[in-house]
Design a protein around this ligand. Structure first.
Ligand SMILES: NC(=O)c1ccc[n+]([C@@H]2O[C@H](COP(=O)([O-])OP(=O)(O)OC[C@H]3O[C@@H](n4cnc5c(N)ncnc54)[C@H](O)[C@@H]3O)[C@@H](O)[C@H]2O)c1
Length: 328
């Protein structure tokens, strides 16, 4: 392993970013963590006491000067800042393009001017879109179905281009459905796990869009943090996208059952219309991931849900209704 590494994390006050920052600060090989975040969807409160151990710079990745200063001297940049929502991109495609595609270009430019640190960036399984076969292998042609997916395809393509043109070491990672502590429920574009946990803890029914047979490759956030940390300390690079999920497959109806089991009471389920841009099934082929990161193992869904629920209970405390308070 190399000496104490300096890492810049964009979007470090978000769900995955704040988990990653805590993970990096605990790693003996990491010397300094700089965070760039405009707090549009994230919050410094997610970093808790770790905030005081980071070099936090509030501002947008679209601000070239701010980014250049934050990336100067970095050994690695982990680029997570984005507007991370399919429905939001359908409502406002241009805003998503600016932050996700143009923002990635700005990050790569800052890295190029800084002498070429490793750039690890978050892409998304949504790039597979209309590809119906399972599991999703990186060799399949991307067929995005939403502006968000297009912006993520641009993200990984720009990383590949900066590797080809400027020899920048890069690693585009296709995240699947990541869940875990610090994932927020209280906004219109929140993901299914925190929204459902929040609903149950507040005594409300959970809403399933469509018939619930759609499947997801749910990835516990620690797996993402572990892979990225290994990539930085390795370093591990790839100009081609790499799926970051382990090939698990859970339907939304199965998820309601397991969550009810973990909570100790069955969930009340309401069905609503499918949302435009949502993909029916998603499951990674993890072959390339396991070639590059052979020690990666899936966290069992039940274990991950229990840890996620514990975090939500800490947050919501006394708001838990009596019918779930006595759960295991
Ligand atoms: N959570 C998932 O399941 C998932 C799946 C696929 C891909 N991803 C990708 O992973 C990354 C992290 O996602 P997340 O779930 O932690 O989302 P999040 O919304 O919790 O985090 C995104 C962070 O980026 C910040 N941000 C947004 N626009 C910014 C800008 N212009 N400048 C600086 N900061 C900005 C936000 O304030 C937030 O802190 C995103 O790139 C997302 O597209 C996530």
């Amino acid at each position: 392993m190399r000496g104490a590494l300096r890492v810049t994390v964009t979007g470090g006050c978000g769900f995955i970013g704040s988990n990653l920052v805590s993970w990096l600060l605990r790693h003996p090989g990491i010397g300094r963590v700089t965070v760039v975040d405009d707090l549009s969807t994230g919050s410094t409160s997610l970093l808790g006491g770790d905030l005081t151990h980071t070099d936090f710079r509030q501002g947008s990745i679209l601000d070239a000067g701010l980014l250049e200063a934050a990336v100067a001297g970095a050994d690695a940049v982990v680029h997570l800042a984005a507007l991370p929502s399919v429905p939001r991109s359908v409502a406002d495609p241009v805003a998503t393009h600016h932050v996700n595609a143009t923002g990635t270009l700005q990050v790569l430019e800052a890295a190029r001017r800084a002498g070429g640190p490793l750039v690890v960036a978050a892409s998304s399984s949504s790039v597979y879109g209309a590809q119906s076969g399972l599991p999703k292998s990186e060799s399949l042609r991307a067929m995005p179905l939403s502006p968000y997916a297009v912006s993520k395809l641009a993200t990984e393509a720009y990383l590949g281009a900066y590797h080809a043109c400027f020899q920048l070491p890069v690693l585009p990672l296709r995240f699947f459905n990541v869940y875990g502590p610090r994932q927020q429920a209280g906004h219109p574009y929140a993901a299914v796990v925190p929204v459902w946990i929040d609903a149950v803890l507040s005594g409300r029914p959970v809403t399933v869009h469509g018939d619930g047979t759609q499947t997801r490759d749910l990835t516990f956030v620690d797996t993402v943090c572990e892979v990225i940390t290994t990539a930085i300390t390795g370093p591990v690079t790839s100009p081609w996208p790499v799926n970051l999920a382990l090939g698990t497959r859970t339907s939304l109806l199965e998820l309601t059952g397991l969550l009810g089991d973990v909570l100790g009471a069955p969930l009340r389920v309401e069905h609503a219309a499918s949302r435009p841009g949502d993909v029916p099934h998603s499951q990674a082929d993890p072959t390339r991931l396991l070639e590059l990161f052979p020690h990666t193992r899936a966290v069992p869904l039940r274990v991950g849900l229990e840890r996620t629920l514990a975090w939500h209970r800490d947050q919501q405390g006394a708001r838990s209704p009596s019918h779930v308070r006595g759960s295991r």
